[in-house]
Design a protein around this ligand. Structure first.
Ligand code: DAH
Length: 339
């Protein structure tokens, strides 16, 4: 019996040295350790072993089983390692990996986030208004008379109801003053505006504006200048030159256009118009008082400043984008540069 066990062990060990694949491994396991395998057959002979040898023969039987089991395990590990290394054939694992493309924010979103965060620091809260507006909120309350060109059918998208796609975000000034509970009031209103414009390198018929309004007792032109100078310095750098050029808007008096001086490399520096602003016209406060039916915005008590600018223009200046249409074409080659 012991000799038979020794023979079995050495045969099994030799056999297991050259296992080519998983299938051969499984049949070797069945052959030696299976219920009807060689070891089981020998174990059946235990009953013929004399009593005084049963213990040592039994021990040997167990040792042989363990040795074969261990060898089978080792063969399994070797096969797996070989398969793994085969899987890497032809792959140079020292090459840098490919980064997953994670996408990024659109330049308009980037500039908006930045603008809003600067103005929030100064105490302005974000306000909203509808894109389909009444003529009252878009024009009349903003002291814009019937014959003003902004109201022209040719420049504006009217509905049959008399409502229109707002031509500017200034309507949000009126909306927020109508519902304000108290002063001071400091709001910014980012959002879409619409005009019947021919689309070209600097015009879109649907674009974005950022409106601002500050109302309190004794708001002055100095507050307006300080706020907007700080704002543009945050956006374009402290060295950026800014000028306030007298202008006309129906809803502010005095009114200004703000220009910034652009110094692109290799080009003649030039002033570019970037925003409109001014001191809120008392006629606007009067319209709000009438609409509210109270005196919270009595022009004898409060003054204010307002400003409005195009977000596309801000982005174009910030990143030197030469054609506004790039901002709506969703060309990945363009957008990637901001991701
Ligand atoms: N609403 C003006 C426009 O669309 C921009 C503007 C100018 C807004 C002066 C203002 C302002 O609030 O005070 O061209």
């Amino acid at each position: 019996m012991e000799t038979a066990l020794d023979q079995l062990l050495s045969a099994a060990l030799t056999d297991l040295e050259t296992i080519p694949d998983a299938k051969a491994l499984e049949s070797a396991r069945v052959k030696y350790l299976g219920k009807k395998g060689s070891l089981a057959a020998l174990a059946a002979g235990m009953r013929d072993v004399p009593a005084d040898q049963k213990k040592s023969v039994g021990q040997k039987l167990n040792d042989v089983r363990s040795a074969i089991t261990a060898r089978l395990e080792a063969a399994r590990t070797n096969l797996q390692a070989a398969a793994d290394s085969h899987a890497l054939d032809g792959i140079d694992s020292s090459l840098p990996g490919r980064t997953a493309f994670t996408g990024g924010l659109h330049p308009l979103t980037l500039i908006l986030d930045e603008a809003v965060s600067v103005l929030r620091r100064l105490g302005f809260a974000v306000a909203e208004g509808p894109e389909i507006e009444t003529e009252f909120h878009c024009f009349d309350a903003l002291n814009t008379p019937e014959d003003h060109p902004a109201r022209n059918e040719k420049d504006t998208f009217y509905f049959e109801t008399g409502e229109l796609l707002r031509t500017h975000t200034s309507s949000v000034q009126i909306r927020t003053m109508e519902t304000a509970e108290d002063t001071p009031l400091r709001i910014i209103a980012p959002g879409s505006a619409f005009r019947r414009d021919e689309i070209d390198a600097t015009h879109l018929s649907s674009f974005n504006q950022l409106e601002g309004l500050y109302v309190d007792e004794k708001v002055t032109l100095a507050d307006l200048k300080g706020t907007l100078e700080y704002f543009f310095h945050c956006l374009f750098g402290k060295a950026t030159e800014i000028r306030f050029r007298p202008h006309f808007f129906p809803f502010t008096e005095p009114s200004y256009e703000i220009d910034i001086r652009l110094e692109a490399k290799g080009k003649q520096p030039k002033w570019i118009e970037i925003a409109g602003c001014g001191i809120v016209d008392p006629a606007v406060f009067e319209a709000v008082c009438q609409s509210r039916g109270d005196h919270l915005f009595d022009p004898e008590r409060v003054t204010g400043f307002a400003f409005g600018m195009g977000l596309e223009r801000l982005a174009m200046i910030r990143w030197g984008i030469s054609d506004i249409r790039l901002l709506i074409e969703n060309d990945i080659r363009f957008l990637k540069q901001f991701a």
